[in-house]
Design a protein around this ligand. Structure first.
Ligand SMILES: Nc1ncnc2c1ncn2[C@@H]1O[C@H](COP(=O)(O)OP(=O)(O)OP(=O)(O)O)[C@@H](O)[C@H]1O
Length: 299
């Protein structure tokens, strides 16, 4: 990908709090319409990275371009193109759901274009986040999960071209989570919204993300599709089969190539073939463990 076509372009990003470096030379990009998941253990630097990209935190060093601008200097027009999902709008407890979304949405009207009409129609947006029944309710009367849906609605009311979602489904019940996943997919597929998602839910990352970036100890330890990442863990696929009445089990790096060879050699004599690929969870844990071992030996 050329840097100019990237919606997010981060090169050599560093962040230091006092005398502690928490981001070391972080480099990654996101394309138009791509869903990127940023994963990593607690304290890895995900929130710090996202807040720098959102323009809420000033970096110590490195080049950061977000929708063509440096977020540290992004003006009103730039901000109108970026969606941020913040934690609950507690100060607005007396506002009603539809009223707040219409009020906040009005701010984006001057940035409307024929290609991207802004803001979302409040009722369509309320339906998209599953709050139709609660549209007339005061915010302080919503449950935690309903409030979180409202947070998401507030984040996307201006039809952002780039959306930051920081652990968006943490308080969602399974139904709300599934609805939310549909919404994220449709934002990316139908509206070409680029989405940067941080999550601790690996299943969510695997379902939603086109690409996964793993941050550990302030460094990127992996960047690729879920399949790319699992290929980096040699010997993770488990292939089982029966041959001449005997059961065989083999751990291999590339199960497709292995099975092709197996059939090439034994043909129809191979029975009860079963392939188990490593889950993203196993891959993630192996990559993080490997990065942490490397870090310890360098210390
Ligand atoms: N304002 C701050 N001052 C000093 N250190 C900070 C500050 N904010 C974060 N840190 C430190 O920076 C590191 C990265 O924190 P960050 O919140 O970015 O991690 P994270 O990956 O988002 O973690 P989590 O998954 O727990 O939310 C941590 O060691 C944290 O203690």
């Amino acid at each position: 990908m050329s840097s100019s076509s990237a919606v997010l372009d981060v090169k050599g990003l560093r962040m230091r709090y006092g005398s502690t470096d928490v981001l070391h030379d972080v480099t990654f990009q996101a394309r138009h319409g791509e869903v990127l998941a940023l994963l990593g253990p607690n304290g890895a630097g995900k929130t710090t990275t996202v807040e720098i990209l959102e323009g809420f935190r000033t970096r110590s060093a490195g080049q950061v371009t977000v929708l063509g601008a440096d977020p540290a200097a992004g003006g009103e027009r730039w901000r109108a193109r970026v969606g941020v999902v913040l934690q609950s709008w507690r100060d607005h407890g007396k506002w009603r759901v539809r009223e707040l979304l219409a009020h906040l949405g009005a701010h984006y009207a001057p940035y409307s274009t024929p290609h991207l009409p802004r803001p979302w129609d409040p009722d369509r947006l309320i339906a998209a986040v599953g709050l139709t029944e609660h549209a007339g309710k005061k915010i302080k009367t919503l449950s935690g999960g309903q409030r979180r849906r409202l947070d998401v609605a507030i984040g996307i009311v201006g039809r952002p071209e780039l959306l930051f979602l920081d652990e968006p489904t943490a308080a969602f019940d399974p139904r709300a989570r599934a609805d939310f996943h549909d919404l994220v997919r449709s934002l990316a597929a139908d509206q070409a919204t680029t989405i940067l998602l941080t999550t601790h839910d690996l299943d969510e990352a695997e379902k939603l993300a086109d690409r996964i970036v793993i941050l550990d100890g302030g460094r990127i330890v992996a960047d690729g599709t879920a399949a790319d990442l699992s290929r980096r863990i040699a010997g993770h696929d488990e292939v089982r089969w029966m041959l001449d009445g005997r059961r065989h089990t083999e751990r291999v790096a590339d199960s497709t190539a292995f099975v092709r060879e197996l059939f090439g050699r034994y043909g129809g004599a191979v029975e009860e073939l079963d392939i188990q690929r490593a889950s993203l969870e196993q891959t993630y844990l192996a990559l993080v463990r490997r990065a942490e071992t490397r870090e310890e030996t360098h210390r």
